[in-house]
Ligand binder design. Structure first.
Ligand code: 6MZ
Length: 352
């Protein structure tokens, strides 16, 4: 498992002066698009791996993958060589094998929250973490979500909130169960602030989500949807998702003109993940990234990390990509970067 920031984001960070780094470190900013199991710091994952390896028992039904298979999966995740985004999701099985118990879930959540929020100069002022309610042999979906929530709630509400993700591969009855879970936890005063739609962008039928999204909205939950993540997502699907009136959108890489007009008119915040798009090859270069379109229209955006485990980035490094000179970065001014950070804070679901 490789640790540390790598690739273009690392080079962009290295190219900045000390005062530019100080500037982005001190900017109040929100991380609004980080998937829990995709954001595990390597040392925390290594610790879980060692425990798994030392207790590995082929007869134990909880041990579905061998340590060798797990290492191979994680290496695959961290050395992305994708011909399509479709191949990104399979290797997550290796991470899930290590995080299938309550104790492991608590450990990774604590490590992820700490990575973003702790220290003298934390990566962000507010973290809206998201995770898919998962069931395993030792945990129900409710138990999983409560384990995550307990850690999130150790931080004040101005610092951390939780979004429950609906995976596009889920059956409708599971989607319903997850939205009801989000709603009832919120009604109990727990820190669930929204729902998300994620997972393999080409899986599932998105035309039947309407009632579940309405249910979430009726409970005051924010709604963010991964949309048009690949060029194979049909334009009709994007229009359908926009008709659900989401509050924010994830990626929005391949929206056509009709969809873009709606996004601009309704001022829907777009969560943009630069390194993720570059590594998943949904965008050819930073020069060609759709962030330019939104900046030109002074449209609300939030720059986010997505999954620091496979993408080997950090929020600081994503902001460095905004500031570094071309071709490493976008060469934005301090004023422009501050405006982006401010938009991220304004787009959080925490104030609902
Ligand atoms: C869509 C993504 C994603 O929920 O188990 N996930 N879904 N697009 C992406 N962009 C590259 N990155 C991560 O976190 C891991 C899960 O988040 C979703 C995938 O379903 C992945 O299995 P949780 O905490």
């Amino acid at each position: 498992m490789a640790s540390g920031i790598a690739g273009q984001a690392a080079a962009a960070l290295e190219s900045l002066t000390r005062s530019q780094i100080d500037f982005i470190q001190r900017l109040p900013k929100a991380e609004l698009h980080a998937h829990l199991n995709g954001s595990i710091p390597v040392p925390a994952l290594l610790e879980l791996f060692k425990e798994y390896e030392s207790s590995f028992d082929i007869e134990n039904t909880n041990h579905k993958l061998s340590p060798t298979e797990i290492l191979a999966g994680i290496n695959q995740l961290q050395n992305l060589d994708l011909s399509s985004l479709h191949g990104f999701f399979g290797p997550f099985a290796a991470v899930y094998a290590l995080t299938a118990t309550r104790e492991a879930t608590v450990k990774i959540t604590r490590a992820v929250l700490s990575q973003f929020l702790d220290g003298d100069l934390p990566q962000c002022s507010y973290l809206e973490l998201r995770t898919t309610p998962r069931e395993s042999e030792s945990m129900t979906r409710l138990e999983y979500v409560c384990a995550v929530l307990e850690e999130v709630e150790r931080y004040p509400k101005e610092k951390a909130g939780l979004i429950l993700s609906l995976d596009r591969r889920m059956k409708p009855e599971v989607i319903q169960q997850c939205v009801e879970l989000a709603k009832s936890l919120r009604e109990e005063g727990r820190r669930v602030v929204g729902i998300d739609l994620c997972g393999d962008p080409l899986a599932g039928d998105m035309s039947k989500l309407g009632p579940y999204i309405s249910l979430a909205k009726s409970a005051g939950l924010g709604v963010t949807l991964h949309i048009a993540e690949t060029k194979d997502n049909p334009p009709e699907e994007s229009l359908k998702l926009l008709a659900y009136k989401p509050d924010r959108l994830g990626h929005a890489t391949f929206l056509d003109d009709e969809a873009l007009e709606i996004v601009l008119k309704e001022k829907i915040c777009v969560e943009l993940c630069l390194t993720s798009n570059l590594l998943c090859k949904t965008v050819d270069s930073l020069e060609a990234h759709h962030i330019r379109f939104y900046l030109k229209h002074d449209h609300p955006i939030a720059v986010c990390t997505d999954d620091v485990l496979p993408f080997r980035n950090s929020l600081l490094a994503e902001y460095a990509l905004l500031m570094a000179q071309a071709p490493l970065g976008l060469g934005l001014s301090e004023g422009e970067v501050a405006r982006i950070a401010e938009m991220s804070m304004q787009s959080s679901f925490s104030r609902r």
